[in-house]
Every structure is written in structure tokens, then in C-alpha cells.
Design a protein around this ligand. Sequence first.
Ligand code: PMP
Length: 390
Amino acid sequence: MYRDLLNKTVVEIKPSGIRRFFDLANTKKGVLSLGVGEPDFATPWNVCESAIYSIKAKHTHYTANAGLLSLRTELSHYLRKRYDLHYSPNKEMIITVGGSEAIDIALRAIINSGDEVIILEPAYVAYEPAVRLAGGVPVFIELKAENQFKLTKEELLEKITDKTKAIIINFPSNPTGGIMNKEDYEPLIPIIKEHRLIVISDEIYAELNYSSKHCSPAVFPEIRDLVVLISGFSKAFAMTGWRLGYLCANSIFVEQMLKIHQYIIMSAPTAAQYGAIEGLRNGQKYVDEMIVQYKQRRNLLVSRLNEIGLPTHMPEGAFYVFPCIKHTGLTSLEFCERLLEEQNVACVPGSAFGNAGEGYIRISYAYSIDEIKMALAKIEIFMEQFKKAN
Ligand code: PMP
């Protein structure tokens, strides 16, 4: 009865399809979940220790709005060393509350009511609501499995209008695990430049690229100042609960984005920032160890799922596989509901990631190899029973 008092855009936003499905899974006991998109690893202990020391040293106050200068400086070195990206710690970076806040402030700073923002589907669930909340109009491009879920020049050109303000891209991708290499970006660069499209590039899975070195669109000098790079510590350093991310862009963009951050957030968590400095300085060996394990899990999942009769392409990044279930004749929601009902295994229906996700399910391998093996055995029984019955 009080709904009419609320903001219409907020009321119209649907709850996340992932959340809805897991609310259902939580009503059951003993569910084996391969659903969650967060690392199963604990944060490297040196990161934790640095945060603890910072509290002992009474660094318990706000930091500069943009984040500790020492963290921004460290981040600037890290981005240069790892990805050949060049951002000034003083004017081109904001330390945010997760990549999530970075996505929000980037969109709010650029969108005028009615501006169109292109989203690539299957898409991370937060993009569409974030665009709508900022007053924008989402326009979807359905990426195709036969292109390994990469964006092509033709697909982009088809959706650009005179209202297009920006495009959100996310490589390595949640949920497909798809990546874009330098050669994949090359044909897109002149189009982005000509139409002055702002590229919100969510690179939160950059460290989790198993086949090549991650390429950011910001390495192309022609569009460097049109790119808003978004990333964070959640995935690479297994720090989801610390709520720390960042945004890098040209100084004109950053100045405006910083205003929103300054008034709404003030500064990202201080202890987390001290931990992150240590992660950037001395954490790469832990990241590398995690990558070895993710890769083993990915290889196991892809080969077993294909054997079981669920065609699964080899994803090159992130920690998700995206098997095709079209041949079962079930929708992705029906498939996941039955798998949950009959075998107590929870995966995410592809439809949670938009229309282009229909016909697929998302399986996360941010789980131990033993859990993955157990779940695979159950998926195999499910598929055998399904084949017999149909
Ligand atoms: N972008 C993508 C693609 C994600 O998968 C996630 C987390 N699931 C985020 C951004 C947000 O991450 P965080 O706020 O923890 O940095």
C-alpha cells in the first residue's frame, strides 16, 4: 500500500535472477551449489596482516576521497606493469567500494535522461538496473556462442543510434568466460572513436585469463580517454568481503565521478585499502597459485560436461563455464529447477543474464575440485535419467 510513494524506476526493477534462484535453493537441505560468483579461496594472509597492522597503528579514519595516495600510486605501477596501462595516481583514479560502486558512479556521471547505453548479453546482472537507475535506456546486443561470445563490428554498428552514449563491456566475461584479445578489439576502435562512445570496461576478471595476457581497450591510444576502466580486488585477490574496487579514466571524467563518490561514500574502507597495498606489492604469487587451480577445475568441468552430453565451450577467462542445454528442450530455469529438485545441485539459469543467456546454464568453478567432482557425478545421473525418460 505504500508502493505508490516510491521511485517508479526502483519499483520496476526486477530482483536478480541469481538471488531468486538461490532463495529457492536455500529452502532445501544439503544442496551442492556451483552457483556463487566469488572465490572460494581465503584472502592471502599477508593482505589480512597488513590490514590488521593498519588498525593497530590506528589508521581507522577516513582516507582521501579518491583513496590513499600510496594505494593509488601502487595501483598505477601495477596497471603499468601488468597491462601496459598508464594512469596518473593523482587525477585519474578513484578507489571505490568494490567494482560495484565504480559501475554506479561511472554511469551516473555520464548519463543524461534518455541516453542509450549498450549492454552485451549474456550480461552481469547489475548492468541493466544500474543503467536504468541512472536514467539511461539499456540497448542489448546478443553475443553469440559461435563467436565465442566476443563482440563483432557488425553487431556494434547495428545498435548505434544518435542517442547512444556508452557501451558496457566485460571481458573476461561473467557469465560466459569469453575474452577479447587485441585483434578482437581492433575493428571496433574506429567505430568507438567516430561515435565518441564511452566504453565502460569492467575488467574485474582481468587476472583470470588462462590463454593470453589480458588486453584492456584503454591500451588503444585513439580511444584511451573514452574508456572508463573498472576493476577491483574481489576476484583477483579473493577479497569480496573487503569491498574494494577502483575506477580509472581521463581526469575530466574522474573529477565529476569523484563528486558522486565524495558526497555519497566519502572514502572506501581504510583497513581494506592498506591490505590492498600489500596485495599489489607482494600478492602476485598467491594470484598465480589460484590461477593454476582455477585452470585445473575449468579443464575438468569442460571435459566432463562434454562427455556427459552438455556441450560446453572452453572459456578463456573468469571462473564460469556456460554449458548449452538447448537440446534438452527445457528452458534454463526448468533445467536448473529440475537439477535442484532431483539431484540437489544448484547452478544458475542462463536466463538470469538476459535473453541471450536462455539455453545455457552458468556453472561457477570457484569451488573445490572435490565439490566439482561430486556435482559432476550428480549432473551425470541427472542427464542419464533425463535421456531415459525422453
Ligand atoms: N563486475 C562483474 C562482472 C562481477 O562479476 C562482479 C561481482 N560478481 C562485480 C563487477 C562486482 O564486484 P565487486 O563489487 O565485489 O568488486
